[in-house]
Write a protein that binds this ligand. Sequence first.
Ligand SMILES: Cc1ncc(COP(=O)(O)O)c(C=O)c1O
Length: 479
Amino acid sequence: MLRRKRPSQRGQLTYRQINRLLPFTGAPLFHALQLLATGDSARFHMPGHKGEPLFHTFAEVFAIDFTETYGTGNLYLGDGPIRDAEVAAALYFGAADCFFLTGGSTQGIMAMLAAAVGRGGSVLLDRECHKSVCHACALLDITPYFVSAPLLEPFAVSGELPAQAVEQQLVAHPDIRAVLVTSPTYYGVRRALPALADLCRAFGKLLLVDAAHGAHFPAVGLPAPIAEGADMAVLSMHKTLPCLGQGAVLLSGKGVDRRALRENTALFGTSSPSYPVMASIDLARAYTEGPGRDAYRRSAEACAALREYIGRRTGFTALDETHFPALDPCRLTVCTAGTDATGHRLADMLWSEYGVACEMADDRNAVFILTGADTGASLHRLRRGLRRISARRHETLPPSAAAPFPPAERVMRVRDAWFANTGRVEPAAAEGLVCARPVTPYPPGVPLLWPGEKITRAHIELIRERWYNEIGEITVVIS
Ligand SMILES: Cc1ncc(COP(=O)(O)O)c(C=O)c1O
């Protein structure tokens, strides 16, 4: 944490002096706020705490919690040190432009769809998309078409999106304005963005990428989505970089109307964007561009070593390049199929017996996010926990093949279903009814069924088999 220095006279600390206090340099917004915070001033503006450390531990955060005032910049006007920080981030991520978001990738996904597809338009979606995409479709009355990726065994997570299926949908629905894909997925699978970008270009469509889980890619030598041909992309800085919660960026490529994009971020954002969150986006970028790069490279190496160790010393299976060639090098997906544990059970045992908290679990996987902040001790703890738990699982079962979630028939527009009269029913009673809210195990927050889709017996059976504990009720349309 930064040491806060209160000068005895007005405005003593120069930019250069502040820089010397910082462990690393090159974060213009953070520097500007620190300069203001350490100056001698009386704040008669929001927020009400006036930068005073009411809660002692959070002193530094409160000190730089400003509003739009002298020297802080205005996010939605795109000026001041916020703009400098955005330009630095755009350069780092190889994008034509960058917009800071304080409402997570959720805000960016909505802004991106509003700008690229607009009210009442159509979009082709990776079925593995986050529920915020569904929310945007409800708000903007967008018609979604879907393409699904086949499942990877034994993980039952989606692999490559078949380009042929994307092309078929683009031919069948010429009203589609943009294609939105998730890359990397929660489980660390990367889509073939350059090929998808070529396809989109050939059909005159925009390629939008939800890279919420991929903000660390440049730090591990992988391109960010715009450099791979995407027109717009969102990255949750808070998910994989040392950034405060809700910090995210929206990136755009050449030819995108930046003013329209900014306006659309405002449509879904608070009018009081958090300065500590924005400053931490700035800091996270400066850190990974500078000293953090080595930490992330080490984290990728540690992840590769863990995958190898899991294959050699445990009965679990780590998702690695032998299963799928393009993976996030810092995401560890551990599959329990073939043992008598579920992913949830493995996660619970790791937490209760070893104090290891995973990011998420499903019925056959536990997922771990590795970052530059991991220590040798924490990695050792994870390795030991996995080995010891595995040693106790005597029973080995033949891994059952995972059935893909059956496609669903759309019988109402997403928006109409969302805003219809609704009621809640148990899954068993939902057959033949129309879904009114996304049916979403969380995490990963990927809807199994969308509003406006008809619920069949096959859906209910699969929900019962794989997500029964997580999905107690389904919200349906009642006429
Ligand atoms: C794939 C994906 N996209 C978007 C989001 C939303 O990101 P945020 O929490 O930053 O709003 C999530 C959140 O988990 C996600 O997993």
